[in-house]
Design a protein around this ligand. Structure first.
Ligand code: GLU
Length: 466
């Protein structure tokens, strides 16, 4: 059997961390098995779904680098991939379920249903539908239809309505028929429900494995009954556990950024995000936390996905992102950093400070010693000795040159070690911290040569002598 999996976002906002991880697990599973990864847009909630949101979600998935094989933009053999465009397909299945005597019209009004629910609650019974419309005769139905009485379509739960699935993450899960009343397939306004569309689409799109969030586990009972009623093959299910914040409540805005695009804006790398989210609930079994996509694809399996909730740790993600930045060549980082901050000397600047940052957004601050200069309080004698050195021997342009300069300054000033480097750093950068001087000084010199807005080391010292 070929592996076909789908990520099915509802386009009602940005892609969130939890959705991103579900998408990543689907993608890894597909890639591991040489299968097909599909995007299906679940936009039947017309009040909340927008095309803008769909575009944002697809952009976020692209940013993560999760290439899909079939989808609303890519097309494919089972197009369309947007539920709002698949109504004909749902109608066909609706007619079939009615012909099979499984779906029936329900004319009960919302008020009537609400009253019945309240009564059931008061009497301590489960709030299941009381089957009133299931028992209507053909004549009664015709009469109501002739009067244009609005109606929904309900699914009749059969006597053998117990369901057991073998969830690939959670193991065996069983539901009893009694826990379910006859449920709605199509609302009275004509809109099919999520549980109905999802089954029709997963069948139609030949989905082999449904990998999705744990919150949909309870829906699986209804969905399996629909498969059975249609004599369709039932896919394998895998319900991925929740992501929690450090306080072990469901991850939400209170815990900080939760959307993928926010992390992109905050200077995180897609590779680091895919790595970190993959680690949230999955491990290869090897003690390895930093791995590339090829490694994750090779080792991914659902039986190594933890059924317990995973805790999102912002510090760890930050650390991991730093590891990715530190390992990257400055030339590769340059275009990414340039989205936040640009300069003609950026690549050299990145190379000098990259080990001091964990996010792309931090390069601006880390390189502020180049772009701005606040003259510090320095002993005049030291400033004079330094100016003299730079005028006589020129500003060093590499590490060896800086070392030679330091040697001469030591002789000229009688200072050494920290007592020499501190005033030197202060005089040239205006700051008491920063990258090694053997790298910082050549950077300042090169930057001033190609960027008029950067003061050269000599110009900096000269401002101290004014
Ligand atoms: N559209 C659903 C959601 O965004 C996904 C449903 C599913 O994967 O079955 O939560």
């Amino acid at each position: 059997m070929s592996v076909r999996v789908r990520f099915a976002p509802s386009p009602t906002g940005h892609l969130h961390v939890g959705g991103a991880r579900t998408a990543i697990f689907n993608w890894l599973f597909a890639k591991h098995h040489g299968g097909t990864f599909i995007i299906r847009v679940e936009d039947t909630d017309q009040a909340r779904s927008t095309r803008e949101s769909e575009a944002m979600v697809l952009d976020d998935l692209r940013w993560l680098g999760l290439q899909w094989d079939e989808g609303p933009d890519a097309g494919g053999p089972h197009a369309p991939y947007r539920q709002s465009e698949r109504v004909d397909t749902y109608n066909t299945v609706t007619r079939e379920l009615m012909a099979r005597g499984i779906a029936y019209r329900c004319f009960c009004s919302e008020e009537e249903l609400e009253a019945k629910r309240k009564l059931a609650e008061a009497e301590g019974r489960p709030p299941h539908y009381d089957l009133k419309c299931f028992r209507l005769s053909a004549q009664e139905v015709s009469a109501k239809l002739a009067m244009w009485t609005p109606c929904a379509l309900r699914f009749h739960v059969p006597d053998d309505g117990d369901v057991t699935i073998d969830d690939m993450i959670r193991g065996e899960v069983t539901w009893r028929k009694e826990s379910l009343g006859d449920f709605i397939l199509v609302r009275s306004d004509g809109l099919p429900t999520y549980n109905f569309c999802v089954v029709v689409d997963d069948h139609d799109m030949e989905i082999s494995h449904v990998i999705r969030a744990e919150e949909h586990l309870t829906n699986t009972h209804r969905q399996v009954l629909i498969y059975r009623a249609m004599d369709w093959d039932i896919p394998r299910f895998a319900h991925v556990s929740l992501i929690l914040g450090a306080d072990r409540t469901k991850l939400s805005k209170r815990h900080g950024a939760t959307s993928v695009s926010q992390y992109a804006e905050d200077g995180f790398l897609p590779d680091a995000m895919v790595n970190y989210l993959t680690l949230l609930g999955w491990s290869s079994g090897e003690a390895r936390e930093i791995f590339d996509r090829a490694y994750a694809i090779e080792h991914f399996s659902l039986d190594r996905v933890n059924s317990a909730p995973a805790v999102f740790d912002p510090q760890k993600f930050d650390w991991l992102n730093g590891q990715y930045i530190h390992a990257m060549e400055a030339s590769a980082l340059r275009p990414l950093v340039a989205k936040f901050f640009d300069a003609p000397w950026l690549e050299e600047g990145i190379d000098v400070v990259k080990t001091s940052v964990t996010r792309l957004t931090q390069f601006r601050d880390a390189l502020a010693f180049v772009t701005s200069y606040e003259p510090p309080a320095i002993e005049r004698a030291f400033a004079e000795a330094l100016a003299n050195e730079l005028r006589t021997n020129g500003t060093p342009v590499d590490a060896d040159g800086v070392k030679a300069m330091n040697e001469r300054l030591k002789n000229a000033t009688g200072l050494k070690g920290k007592n020499l480097f501190m005033p030197l750093r202060l005089a040239l950068t205006g700051l008491d911290h920063g990258p090694e001087l053997v790298r910082a000084i050549p950077l300042l010199q090169h930057a001033s040569e190609c960027d008029q807005s950067v003061l050269s080391p000599l110009a900096r010292v000269e401002t101290l002598l004014r």
